[in-house]
Write a protein that binds this ligand. Structure first.
Ligand code: Y43
Ligand code: MG
Length: 209
């Protein structure tokens, strides 16, 4: 499979993801379209047990509806002290339709309550990682190409930054001394789970050309 078109359709409604994909594909001369560009798409139930399963559901639903190759991203945050939660439930951690802010508050609440009684309150609450599964689906051949990326960091109670989206303000990167929300788009792409998955996808696509 090749990504020949000058338009890449991404099966997402997340404006933060759309911004990051647009930034990543612009140097390749490719324009990104999202689910906002196509009314009447079917609703997608993201009830898979893995990121890859959900990415497949999104890419297949939109690819079959549009009869175009479609890329999907399913991603989330896995927190060590919470045994890997919220994981695939990251988007609806504080309930169906929860905002990023509500999800962030719930996560900090859970982690801070674990710390109660500690003599010294630490801003760094738990190691964590962002995970991103990408899946490119071709509706005619049924072919799929998958890629995955992750990035390690710490959940911090000292949230900072207004860039990015989702859990970025509370994801602290010790090597940068900043949260993910304090990075530029370029910096985030260079180290993020999504950037890593995109690199792996590009490598796989090249192999198949
Ligand atoms: O780079 C990231 N920086 C911060 N947070 C992130 C990131 N990447 C994923 N996340 C969080 C946001 C959301 O709580 C969940 C993704 O859920 P996920 O279902 O894949 O995306 P979504 O529902 O927002 O949009 P859509 O399904 O239409 O692509 O993980
Ligand atoms: Mg979603």
């Amino acid at each position: 499979m090749r990504l020949e078109q000058s338009v890449v359709v991404v099966a997402t409604k997340n404006k933060g993801k759309i911004r990051e994909f647009a930034h990543a594909f612009a140097p390749l001369g490719k324009q990104v379209k999202s689910m906002y560009d196509y009314p009447d798409l079917p609703d997608i139930v993201e009830d898979g047990e893995t990121f890859a399963e959900n990415a497949f559901k999104k890419a297949k639903a939109v690819g079959d509806a549009l009869q175009l190759p479609v890329l999907a991203d399913d991603s989330g945050l896995c927190v060590d002290l919470l045994d890997g939660r919220p994981g695939v439930y990251s988007a609806r951690f504080a309930g169906e339709g929860a905002s990023d802010h509500e999800n962030n508050l719930k996560l900090l609440d859970m982690l801070e309550s674990k710390q109660l009684g500690d003599d010294t309150e630490q801003p760094l609450l738990s190691p964590a990682r962002f995970v991103c599964a990408l899946l490119l689906y071709h509706p005619v051949s049924g072919e799929t190409i998958e890629a995955e990326g992750s990035v390690e960091g710490w959940i911090t109670s000292e949230t900072a930054g207004s860039g990015g989206f989702g859990y970025d303000p509370l994801f602290y990167l010790p090597q940068y001394g900043r949260t993910m929300a304090e990075l530029t788009l370029e910096e985030k792409q260079a180290i993020s789970h999504r950037g890593a998955a995109l690199q792996q996808l590009a490598a796989k696509l090249e192999q198949q050309i």
